[in-house]
Design a protein around this ligand. Structure first.
Ligand code: SAM
Length: 246
C-alpha cells in the first residue's frame, strides 16, 4: 500500500479510509518496527485527528484544501478528473467544492475519480476503481464518459508504492505525472488547471519546463500537511494554452 496514505486500509480488497475511524491499537508489542513507527507517527499527527473529526477518508484532504485556499482552483460547476483518488479524500473535497453532490444552490459540477485500486463510492462523484491510469484503455473509458466535454481541472495525487530508493521512487512517480499530463493535454479546456504531485529528484526541472510549454503559469507548492520527511511537491499549472491542431 502506498506509504503516503497508509492511514487507509484495504478492507476486503477495497481501499477505504475507515481505519481512521477505528480505535487506535494501544499495544504495539509484536508489531514490526516499521509498523510501530507508523502507528506512533499517526498518533502524533494533528491532520489524522482532524480528518477523523471532519470525516475525511484520509489526511491528504488537507493538502487539497490548502492548495484551494491559496489558489482557488475549485468552484461550483467545474468538471474535475481526480487521478489516483483512492481512498477518496480529494474526491470528497472536490465534490463538495464543485457542488457535484448538488448539496448547495447554484451550478453543479462533475467529478470523475480514478484509481488502480477499487474504492468505495463518494456521493456525487463517478468513481472508477480498478483502472490503471498508465493504461490507454483508462483514457479511452474516461474520454467516452466525458462525451466530448472538456475538463476544467485535472488533479493527480497518484503515487507508486515507495521502494525507499529515492531515485527509483522519483522515476516511478514521474511516469505517473507524465501520464496525467498527457491525458490533461487531450481532454482539458483552454485556461484549465492541472495539479500534480511529484517526489522531488533529477527529473523535476525538466518536468517544470515541459509544463511551461503548455500552461501560462506554474506554481510549486508544499502544503503544511505534507510530512517533513517527504520529498513531495505539488506542481500547479494554470491557464492551459490549448493544443495547436493544424
Ligand atoms: C496518495 S494516494 C491518493 C490519496 C487520495 N488523493 C486521497 O486523498 O484519498 C495515491 C494513489 O495513487 C494510486 N495510483 C498509483 N498508481 C496508479 C496508477 N497507475 N493508476 C491509477 N492510480 C494509481 C494508488 O493506488 C493510491 O491510491
Amino acid at each position: 500500500m502506498n506509504s503516503l496514505c497508509r492511514n487507509v486500509s484495504l478492507t476486503r480488497n477495497v481501499h477505504t479510509g475507515r481505519a481512521l475511524f477505528k480505535e487506535t491499537p494501544r499495544n504495539l508489542k509484536g508489531k514490526k518496527h516499521s509498523s510501530q513507527l507508523w502507528l506512533a507517527r499517526q498518533l502524533r499527527d494533528p491532520y489524522v485527528e482532524k480528518a477523523k473529526q471532519e470525516r475525511y477518508r484520509c489526511r491528504s484532504a488537507f493538502k487539497l484544501l490548502e492548495i484551494n485556499e491559496k489558489f482557488k482552483i475549485l468552484s461550483p460547476g467545474l468538471t474535475v478528473v481526480d487521478c489516483g483518488a483512492a481512498p477518496g479524500s480529494w474526491t470528497q473535497v472536490a465534490t463538495n467544492l464543485t457542488n457535484a453532490d448538488g448539496k448547495k444552490e447554484g451550478s453543479i459540477g462533475k467529478v470523475y475519480a480514478i484509481d488502480k485500486l477499487p474504492f468505495y463510492p463518494v456521493e456525487g462523484a463517478t468513481v472508477l476503481g480498478n483502472m490503471d491510469f498508465t493504461n490507454a484503455k483508462t483514457h479511452e473509458t474516461l474520454s467516452k464518459m466525458l462525451q466530448g466535454d472538456k475538463v476544467d481541472v485535472i488533479l493527480s495525487d497518484m503515487a507508486p508504492n515507495a521502494s525507499g530508493v529515492r531515485d527509483i521512487d522519483h522515476d516511478n512517480i514521474m511516469l505517473l505525472a507524465y501520464a496525467a499530463l498527457r491525458f490533461a493535454l487531450q481532454i482539458s479546456k483552454t485556461q484549465s488547471t492541472f495539479l500534480v504531485k511529484i517526489w522531488d529528484g533529477g527529473k523535476t526541472q525538466q518536468f517544470e519546463q515541459n509544463l511551461a510549454k503548455f500552461y501560462n503559469k506554474i506554481r510549486i507548492f508544499r502544503p503544511d500537511a505534507t510530512r517533513d520527511e517527504s520529498t513531495e511537491t505539488f506542481f500547479l499549472a494554470m491557464g492551459f494554452k490549448g493544443l495547436k491542431t493544424s
